[in-house]
Ligand binder design. Structure first.
Ligand SMILES: [Mn+2]
Length: 427
């Protein structure tokens, strides 16, 4: 049942031979971290280095795991002009892979498409960059296992075509692995809907692994075979919170692939929510914030932390004032050292929703308005106008009788209660 080439016997135990690789994407090398210039200089410089150090960690993992190759599924560079600095740094890391006989398969994405204005720095010979049409590269591992790796690079920034239709599995390899920088149809969210596909379409291509790129949050779309977004290697702003890294994959033809997520970010973006009790005092607030920050600490990583205060209506106006004028965050930042691995609070947020809700309820003017709105609705013609949508609705109107005065009264009362309870629930 097994392909003889991939099987050998070791003391009577059958060992399946396979391949090992790293799947990464969206390195966004040399991201400028715009809008963060107000951070302490030391921290800002470290952030500007972070996309490079994250890729260095990817390469460290590839070497440590002794992989056959790495896959980089698009957006290696943040800017289409690909700074010489970014190219040189990338080249240095790829050179480290070359010394260990590890191949790098690269596709370029919307950020580092081929039409940008850039001076090309040649990459070492262990690097294979896919062209503009989906194509297959035949690879033979040291143990004889053969692989077809598929991919294409973006010829220009906006690729809305269904490139998936141009992928075609070629016979003649033990394993087939495809790279695609694009978005699942209808799921692009904040990302551009480039090179759209459906999971069904990917499955129809009968590949053994789909190495996706473009979406910065890691996500496993399908598990047999695996279809995976590894996410980016380093979060670049507060909307890219949480673990960032790459996947180490080992697979044989016969057994489902094994996955290990390896975290690579030098600085992780995080947020932590603190639920406030009634009448919380400054000292207590301060110590809860400090211990929340400490809980985020980590040996291999620094953390940029956003503190969210829930039920902030419970704060006294004095405490609220020193939060709003920035004194409180300065107190917390005084606790943080920007040496080694640190936790830096960059923002303290009041939970505005609950704040506004409770403020409205305790605000006499708002309650008066609500009462007078209820009063106005006592007028039957106004009331009828307000509910006319229901009575002209094709289906609803079939089941509705007209309302008498007592029922109208009841409805208004429950509407008022609903408004008040919703406002106090918001949290
Ligand atoms: Mn990207």
């Amino acid at each position: 049942m097994y392909n003889d080439k991939n099987v050998h016997s070791l003391g009577g135990v059958i060992v399946l031979e396979g391949i090992r690789f790293i799947h990464t994407a969206d390195l966004h090398l040399d991201s400028p971290f715009l809008g963060l210039g107000h951070l302490p200089e030391k921290l800002f410089k470290r952030l500007q280095e972070s996309t490079f150090s994250a890729f260095e960690r990817v390469v460290d993992a590839a070497i440590e795991k002794n992989v056959d190759f790495i896959l980089v599924a698009g957006d290696l560079f943040d800017g289409e002009d690909r700074s010489i600095k970014a190219q040189a740094r990338l080249r240095r890391q790829l050179q480290r892979l070359k010394e260990k006989d590890i191949i790098a398969f690269i596709t370029h994405g919307n950020h580092d498409h081929m039409a940008g204005d850039w001076i090309k720095l040649d990459m070492p010979e262990n690097v294979y960059v896919f062209g503009e049409q989906p194509d297959a590269y035949h690879f033979t591992a040291k143990n004889g296992v053969t692989v077809h790796v598929y991919g294409f690079s973006y010829p220009e920034r906006h690729v809305f075509a269904r490139k998936i239709e141009e992928f075609e599995k070629k016979p003649g390899a033990d394993l087939n692995i495809a790279m695609l920088h694009g978005s699942e149809e209808g799921q692009a969210g904040a990302h551009q809907p480039y090179a759209p596909f459906t999971v069904h379409e990917l499955l129809q291509k009968e590949m053994d692994y789909w190495a996706l790129g473009h979406i910065h949050k890691k996500r496993i779309l399908h598990s047999d075979p695996y279809i995976i977004y590894p996410g980016n290697t380093q979060g670049r702003h507060r909307k890219e919170e949480g673990e960032k890294g790459c996947y180490f994959v080992s697979m044989t033809k016969e057994v489902r692939a094994e996955l290990e997520f390896i975290e690579t970010a030098d600085i992780r973006w995080e947020s932590v929510q603190i639920h406030l009790e009634d009448d919380i005092e400054l000292t207590e607030l301060y110590t809860s914030c400090v211990s929340a920050m400490e809980s985020l600490g980590n040996k291999n990583q620094s953390v940029l932390c956003r503190i969210r205060l829930a039920n902030s209506h419970r704060l006294s106006s004095k405490v609220l004032k020193i939060i709003e004028n920035g004194e409180f965050i300065e107190m917390l930042q005084d606790e943080a050292f920007l040496e080694g691995e640190f936790v830096w609070p960059y923002r303290v947020e009041l939970d505005q929703a609950s704040n506004d809700g409770h403020r409205l309820i305790s605000d006499g003017a708002f309650l008066n308005m609500l009462d007078s709105a209820v009063q106005d609705m006592q007028d039957k013609s106004l009331f009828d106008e307000a509910i006319s949508g229901l009575y002209t609705h094709t289906y609803a109107s079939r089941y509705l009788d007209s309302l008498d005065e007592r029922e109208r009264e009841q409805l208004l009362l429950s509407a008022k209660k609903l408004v008040l309870s919703r406002l106090s629930e918001i949290d």
